[in-house]
Ligand binder design. Structure first.
Ligand code: SAM
Length: 233
């Protein structure tokens, strides 16, 4: 039992260190193919669409250089943004200053939100490409962490590949089945699951939409009495 726990701890720590190295290297070498000049249409719809969410607290998970953070902040949202790569956060801070907004940037691991002191009361969560590269063993902690941080009715937009690139240095992928399996027991309802087009998103990878099948999942946090399962994962 103890040996098993120790083994799992070592495997998690090793996986996260490896992912951190890959992302740090990508930012250092400028290989940030995921960077977009503008927020995705689904986020714009929630913020500025015909029935926009009332502005409140927003959390950008794996914010990178801050495109979506800054978009939400410039539209009246009180944004906290988390990323584990200092270089990405430095660029995000510069971009935010240039845009005249001051979101709260936190360097750390999105699977340890409680330790990072992100607080609670969030009503809008954005995850573009972060969850789908988390090590399998850290995904439950991510779901538990965000579930603590939100209010009932909060929305989560989560983008990920359903057909991960085979040559990628780390596993990247998430399917609708996994979304349902992990989020439903934690009190989330899937509102939508749609293939996203590379053109709409402006991703710098040629034909990323068809090659890797980028999907957008929209979820809503249910009130405690409507949840059909235990809260803690
Ligand atoms: C594909 S990039 C997307 C960045 C940004 N959301 C965007 O769309 O431009 C994924 C980001 O998640 C961050 N990330 C990955 N795993 C993380 C973790 N466990 N904790 C915090 N950040 C993480 C990476 O450093 C990277 O900036």
């Amino acid at each position: 039992m103890i040996l098993d726990l120790l083994w799992r701890y070592r495997r998690n720590a090793a996986a996260l260190r490896w992912y951190r190295v890959v992302y740090r290297l990508a930012y250092r070498l400028g290989l940030t193919v995921w960077q977009r000049p503008a927020p995705p249409a689904d986020l714009v719809a929630l913020v500025e669409g015909p029935a926009p969410l009332p502005s409140g607290r927003a959390l950008d998970l794996g914010c990178g250089t801050g495109t979506d953070t800054i978009y939400m902040a410039t539209h009246g949202w009180d944004v906290t943004a988390v990323d584990m790569v200092p270089k990405a956060l430095a660029a995000a801070r510069r971009n935010a200053t240039a845009a005249g907004v001051a979101p709260r940037f936190i360097q750390g691991d999105v699977t340890r939100l409680d330790d990072l002191g992100v607080g609670g009361g969030y009503t809008l969560l954005m995850d573009f490409g972060c969850f789908h590269t988390l090590p399998e063993d850290r995904r439950p902690a991510y779901v538990a962490g965000i579930s603590h941080a939100v209010t009932p009715g909060a929305r989560l937009l989560l983008y990920g590949f359903s057909r991960p690139p085979k040559a990628a240095p780390m596993h990247a992928g998430v399917t609708v089945e996994e979304i349902q399996r992990r989020f439903r027991p934690a009190g989330w309802r899937l509102l939508g699951a749609e293939r996203a087009s590379a053109e709409t998103l402006g991703i710098g990878v040629n034909r990323a939409d068809t090659r890797f099948e980028l999907w957008c999942y929209q979820l809503e946090r249910l009130p405690a009495d409507q949840s059909d399962g235990p809260r803690a994962l």
